[in-house]
Design a protein around this ligand. Sequence first.
Ligand code: SF4
Length: 370
Amino acid sequence: MPKSHVLRFNPSKFQENILGWYHQNQRALPWRVVGRDKTDPYKVWMSEIMLQQTTVPAVIPYFLKFTEQWPTVVDLADADDAEVMAAWAGLGYYARARNLLKCARVVARELNGKFPKDLDGLLELPGVGPYTAAAIMAIAYGQPATVVDGNIERITSRIFAIEDAYPEGKKIVHQNAHRLFEKIEVWEQQDIKAYPQALMDIGAGICTPKNPSCGLCPVQRFCKAFAEGQAEAYPVKAAKKAVPIRHGDVYWITDGKGNIIVEKRPDNRMLGGMVGLPTSDWDINKGKRSENSLNLQEILQSPLKIGKIYHVFTHFRLELAVWVVAMPDLKKLLKYSPDLMIVNTHMVELNKIGLPTLFLKAARLAHKNV
Ligand code: SF4
């Protein structure tokens, strides 16, 4: 379509097309209620926290597990920290799990078990930022709010062909996203609830980051990026910086009888609050490692290196050398820290204590080599 054939952006037509598409094509997701049933803010909040940086298919089993085990915010607030952290294992970005618990306790203990019904009140909750607060306002309460997740950002940048490169361009995209939500304050609550979810579904299934299905898109006629034949070029991203690599050691300390040492990681370290294998610090500069806080390097005699594991975090790539240490009496080590524990090495047991993926990689390597 030549550029001149794109229709001028008409918010009410755009919105009508989006809602019309949604009523025929919406995804069935466990946190959505169909029809006019009252939406549960607890479930909306939980799904939005889990969905930060994680895909819908990965979140669904966790959402079902959490809401079955802790059906209300009060149940979650009363849960044991270790149990919640273990249930979260595998979903990644563990600060979200700690904030989930903190937030549940604030709502249950200070707010009588009720989530605030205003944006400012929601923004005061631990782990709730502008996006999550807006999503709860719109999806749980049917109150007008501009909800901008990654999907809606992408649609906005393409509809208006916004050329400002990220990260600076993100602000311009967010400013323009308000245009998609123009005049929704006069809508019925059901439509206010449906609209951001409709945009998210279109972003997830049609206006995808790669190979968008513009032929199926209900708002193609308003889309400048499509008219330019350049849908995939938006949002415009600045050239990526090289990801730094950090190095360190991880220890498989075994008594040779099927038991190993694990530690509860301090809250101020990566994967804080989770149970992990003992490690050195993960120094950013190769060859300049600092000592482990537990002085394990001093304690451990004749470790045997069995290989390396690799893991990618948001801001760096981690390479950990895996060392096996034979120590017939593991109990001797427990005196060094109350955070050290002895557990069985069976993979079922390691999954049960919620060992994060990084450490499961080391465990698999150790199982193959010991
Ligand atoms: S026409 Fe294509 S690029 Fe434009 S909003 Fe629709 S799917 Fe996205």
